[in-house]
Design a protein around this ligand. Structure first.
Ligand code: ATP
Length: 262
């Protein structure tokens, strides 16, 4: 997969997602994770990219020459990076927009029930403008909107990005539940700890090539993954802990000052 003539973004990458599986795709910035999802969802062209060799098949049929809307109709639906909800529209309108991809009214109703069960917080806020939701709620809405078209394969691009650890845990729980309900998932993540807990298989991309691949539990236990992907995360957790301690000390300081009438 290339962008223009000079940027070779992915090469020799061969992946398979089981019909009932969760595949995690790990890798640092620029490794090619988003490019991979764009190739599967047919949106590479919109980014001036192209598949120059190889193919993408879904349930045995090639989909790499189809328009993105047709790929959605086939059951492959993406949630792009950055929680791209329609900010000026309400939660309800966002979900209805997602439902336009459903094959029938019955499918749309079933999808809506599923979304309401998975995200009760959204069901409580149907009239609220999406732009006013918290980051985590917007991520839930973006996933909910994708589920409204009844996907068989869901492509998630960094759903944990920028979220507090507690919200990351909730998103991980939602992905597990979506999978348990029979939808396969490709989960692109820089948060390897979360991704390896949720996935059954994983690949790590490095500069456009597969560096490691295998069962998620095996990768989580491997020294290379610990050193390259989990070590960095442990460090960031440490930083988060220090920040939390500093914030608590700051709050305690404010309480003290207010007791003194400051
Ligand atoms: P990140 O985690 O930062 O999103 P990524 O693993 O998703 O990174 P990609 O966005 O797929 O990586 O990028 C892979 C390579 O392709 C990088 O070298 C990037 O600079 C390049 N690239 C991505 N999008 C474009 C584009 N629209 N035009 C040109 N080059 C691009």
């Amino acid at each position: 997969m290339r962008y223009g003539r000079s940027v070779r973004a992915l090469e020799d990458v061969s992946l398979e997602v089981a019909g009932d599986g969760v595949l995690a795709v790990l890798g640092g910035n620029g490794a090619g994770k988003s490019t991979l999802l764009r190739a599967v969802s047919g949106t590479l062209k919109l980014h001036r990219g192209a598949i120059t060799a190889g193919e993408v098949t879904f349930e045995g049929e090639r989909i790499d020459r189809l328009d993105p809307a047709l790929i959605v109709r086939r059951g492959v639906v993406g949630v792009p990076e950055g929680r791209q909800v329609f900010a000026r529209m309400t939660v309800e309108e966002n979900l209805r927009a997602g439902g336009l991809g459903a094959k029938s009214a019955a499918e749309r109703t079933a999808a809506r029930e599923r979304v309401d069960e998975l995200f009760p917080i959204l069901a409580d806020r149907v009239t609220q403008r999406a732009g006013l939701l918290s980051g985590g709620e917007q991520q839930m809405l973006a996933i909910g909107r994708a589920l409204m078209s009844g996907p068989q394969l869901l492509l998630l691009d960094e759903p944990s990005l920028g979220l507090a650890p507690q919200m990351v845990g909730r998103i991980a729980g939602v992905i597990r539940e979506i999978h348990a309900q029979g939808t396969a998932v490709v989960l692109v993540e820089q948060n390897a700890t979360m991704a390896l807990q949720v996935a059954d298989h994983a690949v790590a991309l490095e500069v456009g090539r597969v560096a490691l691949s295998g069962p998620a539990a095996e990768l989580a236990a491997s020294d290379d993954v610990q050193r390259l992907y989990l070590g960095g995360h442990a460090e960031s957790e440490e930083t988060a802990e220090v920040e939390a301690r500093e914030a608590a000390a700051h709050r305690a300081g404010i309480r003290k000052l207010s007791r003194w009438g400051a």
